[in-house]
Write a protein that binds this ligand. Structure first.
Ligand SMILES: Cc1cc2nc3c(=O)[nH]c(=O)nc-3n(C[C@H](O)[C@H](O)[C@H](O)COP(=O)(O)O)c2cc1C
Length: 207
């Protein structure tokens, strides 16, 4: 099990899978403090398609993604143009960062070190500080360009964790499939959520 992360940045980008972000955040508020959040513009476009939410980066509030969830007020949102965010500096970087879902565009910019928005700058900080960076990429099929970018960020220390749920726990809902990935991300952060189903282990196992 990796060392337990205490502080975390979450970035939501414009790949399909807004539900990964919302279901991850509902769990993350229980485990991380501070918990920072930023979104790309295309993330709001995808959220409109997939969640039916009309989000606006300028006046976004985390409650819009997860209304009524206890702890949602703890989440500190920063606009993607705000390079003054604490997690944009190595001196105040959190223990870990998760980009979920992570588009191929954001993957490419992280691989190239462009730091041209807060998502990419924060990821760049995690790599330079040798902290945990998890990219929950989603695209299919993958081009050679995508594969090279995955190789590049992996060599730089990131964990590429594709949004690719297993089926061996026989999920019967989309939420169960999404949670398969959410729990794998939490595992990477050193958090063993008691609701995670584990191969050959009883439910709520903390082994
Ligand atoms: C409904 C919808 C679904 C999309 N799904 C994906 C996807 O699964 N993977 C991906 O890499 N891009 C996807 N895109 C395209 C990205 O949103 C687009 O490349 C965008 O520039 C990514 O910008 P960002 O990385 O700053 O969020 C999707 C776009 C839309 C509108």
């Amino acid at each position: 099990m990796p060392e337990r992360a205490r502080s975390l940045t979450v970035a939501i980008t414009g790949a399909s899978g807004s539900l990964y972000a919302t279901r991850f955040l509902v769990r993350a508020v229980r485990y991380f403090d501070p918990l920072y959040l930023t979104l790309s513009g295309p993330a709001t476009r995808v959220a409109r398609e997939e969640l039916g939410l009309e989000l606006n980066l300028a006046d976004f509030r985390p409650e819009q993604l997860m209304p009524g969830v206890p702890g949602v007020d703890k989440i500190r949102y920063y606009q993607k143009t705000d390079y003054g965010a604490p997690f944009a500096s190595g001196s105040a970087a959190p223990d870990a960062m998760v980009v979920l879902p992570c588009s191929m565009g954001t993957l490419a910019r992280i691989a190239a070190g462009t730091s041209d928005d807060l998502v990419c700058r924060a990821a760049d900080v995690m790599l330079k500080e040798r902290r945990k960076l998890i990219l929950v990429v989603r695209e299919t099929p993958l081009s050679l360009v995508h594969a090279r970018n995955i190789l590049s960020v992996t060599e730089a220390g990131a964990v590429v964790l594709p949004a690719s749920p297993g089926l061996y726990h026989r999920p019967s809902t989309v939420e169960e499939m999404v949670d398969f990935v959410v729990f794998r991300v939490l595992d990477q952060l050193g958090v063993r959520d008691p609701d995670a189903r584990r191969w050959m282990l009883p439910p709520d196992s903390t082994e």
